[in-house]
Write a protein of this length. Structure first.
Length: 220
């Protein structure tokens, strides 16, 4: 199978997320102590609208979170927008569904990297089981609470998952990919109101990163 990354490293995808706090919305006036079915339905519709636009309530007001897959050369491969208070593991399936790695020769794009690097937020049994099913090596550290829980169970806790500390040193690549994206003010500030427009802004910034990389590596 063709190699898509530079050097002798295995084909690797790096997984992470980045949250951007948006400008706080104006508080809506209402009557306190009154809870009717119409108000509940309106609140539910407003929450669905915020989720659709990638806006969520967190500390400090409204915020958005960008989940990203990047390769070892800091080039974005796939991104997903979610509300800022959502957990990182919820974006795993949409990211892997969007992942397409072009081959150097003929054939359809690859959808399965050789290795996936992620931080402790992506350490879950379901995620690791899916990676094993796809024959993808997982390099994800174990949080302290999960390690202590396994130790308390003794032999019933099972064997801890393998962790390659040497490969994990390259996880900073995805953070550097975020830094490249934040060179674009529209990405860093999220001035776009609609979620799909902001995703388009992220896509344009990723295209510029790819073009700069291809231009820098082209002969002559």
């Amino acid at each position: 199978m063709p190699r898509v990354l530079a050097g002798s490293r295995p084909r690797t995808c790096l997984l992470s997320s980045w949250r951007r706090r948006c400008r706080p919305a104006r508080a809506r006036a209402g009557v306190r102590g009154v809870n009717t079915g119409h108000e509940d339905e309106g609140a539910r519709q407003r929450q669905e609208r915020r989720d659709r636009e990638g806006l969520g309530r967190s500390r400090g007001g409204l915020s958005s979170k960008v989940h990203l897959l990047a390769d070892a050369r800091c080039r974005p491969l796939a991104c997903v927008l979610s509300p800022g208070q959502r957990g990182d593991t919820l974006a795993y399936d949409p990211l892997m569904t969007r992942l397409r790695i072009a081959r150097t020769g003929p054939g359809r794009p690859r959808t399965r990297p050789d290795r996936l690097l992620g931080d402790k937020a992506y350490s879950s049994a379901a995620l690791r089981a899916d990676l094993r099913r796809r024959h993808i090596h997982a390099t994800i550290p174990i949080p302290a609470d999960q390690a202590s829980h396994r130790a308390r169970r003794g032999s019933a806790g099972g064997r801890p998952p393998a962790f390659d500390a040497g490969a994990y040193k390259h996880r900073n690549t995805v953070e550097r990919a975020f830094n490249k994206l934040k060179d674009h003010r529209a990405f860093a500030m999220r001035t776009d109101k609609r979620g799909y427009i902001y995703v388009g802004t992220v896509t344009v910034a990723a295209i510029r990163i790819w073009l700069r990389d291809l231009t820098r590596r082209s002969p002559g």
